[in-house]
Design a protein around this ligand. Structure first.
Ligand code: IMP
Ligand code: MG
Length: 184
């Protein structure tokens, strides 16, 4: 099926994201001060840019791991049923763990992942989400740290995709469909 034409309107600049990550990193350093090692778990694929910038800002010993859950597929609606496509490689029992998510939307993904990891008995389990769409929540879950709360808009960029496109945009933008006849 052909993709309806759309444009991306900037919502959060690359500069604003970088400034916010600096603030969040200081809070995370304080919260995990004295840790022997922080296991930073990025949820693939949307968090790959965020986790790269975040860990380079963190002045803590870190281990980086990844977990992949089933995604939206090519659409805009959450599947709600979360499956683990790729588990982390390392052990988290007795460790300090920080889960890094791109967006908390309905909340199903984060809820599922936290339940899974909690069952492995980490010493401490916290979460950070770059974006939060509270208006869309279906499951009562909130990240420990949030970069930006945003309205109910479909966003792309900074690692986040629409049907696998726009992950490489340096900023966050919202998808706006355009009428082909009007824009021709
Ligand atoms: P949830 O399970 O509904 O909270 O969905 C979380 C996942 O859905 C995120 O990790 C994203 O991968 C994806 N998602 C949610 N909102 C958007 C969006 O606006 N653009 C692109 N992906 C999104
Ligand atoms: Mg995701």
């Amino acid at each position: 099926m052909a993709q309806k034409p759309y444009v991306v309107d900037q919502m959060i600049s690359a500069k604003a994201i970088a400034a916010r990550i600096e603030e969040l990193a200081r809070e995370i350093e304080t919260a995990f001060a004295g840790t022997d090692k922080l296991v930073v778990v990025g949820l693939l694929r949307g968090s790959f840019v965020f986790i790269a910038d975040l860990v380079r800002e963190l002045d803590l010993p870190v281990e980086v791991d990844f977990l992949e859950t089933s995604s939206y597929g090519s659409g805009m609606e959450s599947s709600r049923e979360v499956r683990i496509l790729k588990d982390i490689r390392g052990e988290v029992e007795g460790r300090d763990v920080l889960v890094v998510e791109d967006i908390v939307d309905t909340g199903h993904t984060l809820h599922h992942v936290l339940h899974l990891l909690q069952g492995r008995h980490p010493r401490r389990l916290e979460t950070i989400a770059l974006l939060d769409k509270p208006a869309r929540r279906e499951v009562d879950v909130k990240a420990t740290w949030t970069g930006f709360e945003i309205p109910d808009e479909f966003v792309v960029g900074y690692g986040i995709d629409f049907a696998q496109r726009n992950r490489n945009l340096p900023h966050i933008g919202k998808v706006r469909f355009v009428d082909q006849a009007a824009s021709a």
